[in-house]
Design a binder for this molecule. Sequence first.
Ligand code: HEM
Length: 95
Amino acid sequence: MFAHVDMQQQNRLIRRGVEHLIEFALGSDESAGELRRVAGTHGRQGLNVAPELYSLWVDTLMETVRMHDPEANDDVEAAWRVVLRGGIDLIVAGY
Ligand code: HEM
């Protein structure tokens, strides 16, 4: 799905996306709105990102965390997964 995508720009989008997922978990209405918008662009009528791809996305992010955070461990990873889940459920619900 990323074959023809500008990965430098995607890098910035992912960073913003992760920020919104975290802020959503903290109760931000603005981030809820942004994630609803992403649900729209990623849904069947748009990019058509199948729901099962999100667990691959999270697993890959966890690999990245372990690569770059010297303090990463199973507890840190479990905490990340709890924080990300709600926002991703919201996006997948809009598929
Ligand atoms: C929670 C996870 C994700 C977030 C927050 C996210 C966020 C975004 C955002 C903000 C964009 C820019 C377009 C827009 O504003 O809608 C985008 C584009 C895109 N996303 Fe995601 N995304 C997520 C997961 C995924 C997954 C799992 C896939 C597929 C494996 C995917 C595939 C794409 C593709 C193909 C584009 C278009 C890039 C381009 O054509 O420039 N995304 N994503």
